[in-house]
Design a protein around this ligand. Structure first.
Ligand SMILES: Nc1ncnc2c1ncn2[C@@H]1O[C@H](COP(=O)(O)OP(=O)(O)OP(=O)(O)O)[C@@H](O)[C@H]1O
Ligand SMILES: [Mg+2]
Length: 261
């Protein structure tokens, strides 16, 4: 693991008009790590990711592999290896799964890198369901399949930092697990991930390090396993699992509320 983090954010602020949504947020994503940002609705999680991607003007310092990127365009950031799968999972509905994936490889093509076919095989290996549906129009996929395609398309560009905005939103627990397991496998391939989630339970189970964003500020941070046993986090974000969720969930170590296996 290299000592320079893949992403270093220092005192990042952003807002909409006069309204500030992020207040001097600082965070670090080490190489090959999964870092999660959890927090309630409206905390500024999407604003943070959009700011990192360059979709929103920010102030503060933003370094990717030690180089400042705050003044860089979105396109530049993509070329450097950042990739964002937004909450909206934008896909080309009238195009096939295969063609959506091909378009995801465009930035690599621009960099003069080949290997799109190999990368597609890699994506199909991670999400066999996409392979079965390669010819299907993206607009006709189920919610879970759309999310897999959105992540798969991002992976086609071989990002070095994958940023996921609430990948579990609206998905059944089993599909959530499937998508998050892919993130864990990507870590084994050296891909770093910044995961924004409202599903704190799943996020803390997967991540190495976690930040809690509340009202646009980092309220708490620490190793994910530590936060998972922090009483304030248990009370505000983990609560007592509903019976159905508990049955479906992978057990959370030590800190699991009573009722979990
Ligand atoms: N385009 C916008 N114009 C004005 N205000 C916005 C805009 N987008 C977000 N905001 C405001 O910024 C704050 C942070 O929003 P953001 O979408 O980043 O929250 P979030 O943590 O992603 O919430 P959620 O979990 O609901 O997705 C909110 O108060 C929101 O109303
Ligand atoms: Mg959001």
């Amino acid at each position: 693991m290299s000592a320079t983090p893949i992403l270093e954010v220092v005192g990042l602020s952003a807002g909409y008009g006069k309204v500030r949504a992020l207040h001097e947020v600082s965070l670090v994503v080490p190489h090959g790590a999964i870092v999660t940002v959890i927090g309630p609705n409206g905390a500024g999680k999407s604003t943070l990711l959009n700011g990192l991607m360059g979709l929103l003007r920010t102030s503060g310092e933003l370094r990717f592999e030690g180089r400042s990127i705050r003044q860089r365009t979105v396109e530049d950031r993509v070329m450097q290896g950042l990739s964002l799968v937004s909450e909206r999972r934008e896909l080309f509905a009238d195009m096939s799964v295969h063609d959506n994936l091909l378009l995801g490889g465009f930035s690599r093509h621009r960099r003069g890198e080949g290997g799109a076919a190999e990368q597609m095989d890699h994506v199909f290996g991670l999400f066999p369901r996409l392979k079965e549906r390669a010819g299907q129009l993206a607009g006709t996929l189920s919610g879970g399949e759309r999310q897999m395609l959105a992540v798969g398309r991002a992976l086609m560009g071989r990002p070095r930092l994958l940023m996921l905005d609430e990948p579990s939103l609206g998905l059944a627990p089993r599909i959530v697990r499937e998508v998050l397991q892919v993130v864990a496998r990507l870590r084994d391939h050296g891909v770093s991930t910044l995961l924004v989630e409202q599903n704190a339970r799943a996020a803390l189970r997967l991540a190495d390090h976690a930040y809690v964003l509340e009202g646009g500020r980092i309220a708490l941070e620490g190793p994910a396993a530590e936060l998972a046993s922090n009483p304030r986090i248990v009370e505000s974000y983990l609560g007592i699992a509903a019976p159905r969720q508990a049955a479906d969930a992978v057990p959370l170590p030590a800190t699991a509320p009573q009722g979990s296996p």
